[in-house]
Ligand binder design. Structure first.
Ligand SMILES: Nc1ncnc2c1ncn2[C@@H]1O[C@H](COP(=O)(O)OP(=O)(O)O)[C@@H](O)[C@H]1O
Ligand SMILES: N[C@@H](CCOP(=O)(O)O)C(=O)O
Length: 322
């Protein structure tokens, strides 16, 4: 359950007095999500999401995330828009936490992924990359290749509890990624966490993208690799080449993918698998007993990593080199 910080009626009334949203009609915590406390707020003006940023979000990064949502929304990307208070500020404080009200997006995230979802996603991701190209702020990816070894070391002494021999295998894999990680590919703003629970649909048409709190500047094709992992494997672990083809082709239909980017896809997908494997492993080993949030399975990403390590050509993902 992702409500870590409770908000009293008095605190909410005081907070909303700074806005022009009218009377509160309903206010309730949202169970989904992992990182922050989220509430559905209904006022005379409609539905909104109130987010209180919890410990893992660096307040210094908030102007980047909020500015990016505004920048993308202005360019036609269906993403939440921060609501400004009377004094013009969107970022405020509530219950001792940085807090923001954002617009509510209609739609539901897909529990079962169909190829059509992947087709919609590919085009939306490419449009996001293009719309982000003139965003003025910069944010380094704090979870890119240089961050993986410290995370690995923070798990090293207990990773055997999850899978015997896991750390030895990851050590070798990390050395490969550190040596072979590409740096000279097209870069720009990436979402960096565009999993199915962050993409809303109605009748298989994409209606919105949420959760920009890992967004950063990094290789554009790395975002594609993250999506390949999150959308194109079946619950039994099998890779679905049809879904990958839909994702990559519709992406390439909106933004030309260079030969170098395509050739780099296997290593980028290995790295993307390593990134989510390590953060999940860290959370699995470090989550406080009794915490409401159920940690996600790190081994799901171990299997994806093993799959990509065997890929010899990007043709395996369904897009041929020109
Ligand atoms: N703008 C939005 N419109 C509609 N629902 C939203 C919006 N933002 C968040 N939500 C709801 O809140 C949940 C958690 O949001 P998310 O940003 O993924 O949280 P976290 O960053 O804590 O993981 C989502 O699954 C969705 O149900
Ligand atoms: N997508 C990540 C976890 C981050 O959670 P989110 O609710 O902020 O998207 C994973 O699956 O490991």
């Amino acid at each position: 359950m992702a409500v870590y910080t409770e908000v009293s009626d008095e605190e909410l009334q005081g907070f909303l007095a700074e806005y022009d949203l009218g009377e509160v009609l309903a206010f309730k915590g949202i169970a989904e999500g992992v990182e922050n406390s989220n509430f559905l707020l209904t006022t005379e003006q409609g539905n909104f999401i109130l987010t209180l940023y919890e410990k893992r979000v660096d307040p210094e990064d908030l102007p980047y995330f909020l500015g990016l949502m505004e920048h993308l929304a202005e360019r036609g990307i269906a993403c939440p828009l921060p609501v400004h208070a009377h004094d013009g500020r969107a970022l405020r404080e509530l219950a001792g936490r940085p807090a923001v009200i954002i617009s509510f997006l209609e739609g539901l995230w897909p529990r079962r992924i169909h190829p059509e979802h992947c087709r919609e996603l590919g085009a939306a991701l490419a449009r996001l990359h293009k719309a982000g190209s003139d965003f003025a702020l910069q944010r380094r990816n704090a979870l890119s290749v240089e961050a993986w070894r410290p995370l690995f070391q923070a798990c090293a002494d207990r990773a055997g509890e999850v899978k015997p021999g896991l750390m030895e295998e990851l050590d070798t894999e990390l050395a490969f990624l550190e040596t072979n990680w590409p740096s000279d590919l097209p870069a720009g703003v990436i979402h960096a966490d565009l999993f199915p629970d962050n993409v809303f649909f109605r009748h298989e048409k994409l209606t919105g993208l949420i959760d920009f709190y890992f967004a950063c500047n990094d290789l554009l094709a790395y975002d594609l690799a993250i999506c390949l992992n999150a959308w194109c494997f079946e619950p039994d672990g099998a890779f679905n080449a049809t879904k990958a083809r839909c994702l990559l082709r519709s992406y390439a239909g909106e933004r030309a993918v260079s030969r170098a980017e395509l050739e780099a896809l296997p290593v980028l997908a290995r790295g993307a698998a390593m990134r989510f494997l390590l953060t999940r492993l860290y959370d699995w080993l470090h989550h406080p007993p009794g915490a409401f949030v159920k940690p996600k399975d790190p081994l799901e990403y171990y299997k994806k990593l093993r799959f990509h390590a065997e890929v010899r050509s990007p043709g395996a993902y369904g897009l041929e080199l020109a």
